[in-house]
Design a protein around this ligand. Structure first.
Ligand code: HEC
Ligand code: HEC
Ligand code: HEC
Ligand code: HEC
Ligand code: HEC
Length: 155
């Protein structure tokens, strides 16, 4: 599969700090599917992030003495139901008034890796393609006969 790369990865912002060190690769090695944690990708605009309760359902027992799991479970227990504040890695500025939707892409068979790189082998999720780039969206839409009408993407 050809990766659509735009620009050079060192022009991209570094990954933002996260509240705990969450590793994708550890989970993917344990054969946990992307959709288990990002439940919206097939049906919603947003991929979504898992609720703390979903992480806790495994981690009450799984790796319960790992220091990052201990930190997580403490926040879960003491957080009064507040969700974990994960910081966004991929950001399309709201000023562009763009509505990106995951579901049509996933249904059309566009791989996560085409837009996000091989997240499953990353310890820290980071951007490898600049997604806030209209030219990148349009190039693929032209190649794959998807709509390039302004109103498809802009409000
Ligand atoms: C066509 C490109 C594309 C594909 C394919 C794609 N994404 Fe995304 N993804 C994006 C863009 C663009 C954003 C930023 C959206 C925004 O800022 O509104 C994003 C954001 C996200 C986010 C964080 C925000 C959210 O939507 O909840 C997650 C998690 C995510 N993607 C996971 C996935 C997974 C898992 C897959 C594969 C099943 C996938 N993506 C496929 C382009 C893509
Ligand atoms: C389906 C079960 C499952 C879910 C859901 C799950 N994990 Fe895990 N997690 C695992 C397994 C399995 C490991 C590896 C344990 C080992 O190696 O002993 C792991 C490892 C970890 C580790 C240790 C990482 C390391 O570097 O070794 C952390 C921290 C962690 N998970 C956090 C989370 C968080 C936060 C969530 C929710 C966003 C989550 N997990 C959801 C099963 C799960
Ligand atoms: C065990 C739960 C879990 C699994 C499985 C998982 N993710 Fe994630 N993902 C998270 C969490 C938690 C975050 C937020 C923290 C971070 O950015 O590292 C995240 C963040 C992301 C982001 C960055 C979103 C943003 O802010 O822009 C992308 C992209 C992503 N995941 C893609 C994937 C893909 C692709 C897979 C499957 C190969 C996958 N994830 C599997 C829990 C998971
Ligand atoms: C790698 C290829 C690729 C990239 C990159 C891509 N798209 Fe798409 N997009 C598609 C395909 C394929 C479809 C599905 C077309 C269909 O179902 O007819 C689609 C559909 C859409 C739709 C739904 C259109 C409809 O008719 O409902 C929107 C909205 C959209 N894309 C926005 C974006 C935005 C915004 C970006 C950039 C941030 C982007 N896309 C990047 C391939 C891509
Ligand atoms: C496939 C999706 C897509 C289509 C179709 C599209 N755009 Fe965009 N557009 C974007 C994205 C994503 C951005 C934000 C990133 C950037 O500025 O490059 C953007 C940014 C812009 C901006 C800059 C906004 C700002 O705040 O800087 C303008 C102006 C714009 N688009 C106009 C248009 C016009 C006019 C059309 C129709 C001829 C069009 N776009 C079609 C996705 C799209």
């Amino acid at each position: 599969m050809a990766l659509v790369m735009v620009g050079c990865s060192d022009e991209l912002p570094p990954p933002p700090p996260q509240p705990i060190a969450f590793s994708h690769s550890v989970h993917i090695e344990n054969e946990i599917e992307c959709t288990r944690c990002h439940e919206g990708v097939e049906t919603q605009a947003q991929a979504g992030l898992p609720a703390m309760a979903a992480c806790a359902s495994c981690h009450r027992r799984q790796a319960a003495d790992h220091p990052e799991v201990v930190k997580f479970m403490e926040q879960y227990a003491n957080g009064n139901g507040e969700p974990m504040v994960w910081r966004k890695v991929h950001v399309i500025p709201t000023s562009a008034m763009v509505h990106f939707k995951h579901s049509p892409h996933v249904r059309a068979g566009v791989d996560c890796a085409t837009c996000h790189g091989d997240v499953g082998s990353m310890t820290v999720a980071q951007q490898v393609v600049d997604v806030a780039n209209m030219g990148w969206c349009l190039d693929c839409h032209r190649e794959q006969d998807a709509s390039i009408d302004c109103m498809t993407c802009h409000h």
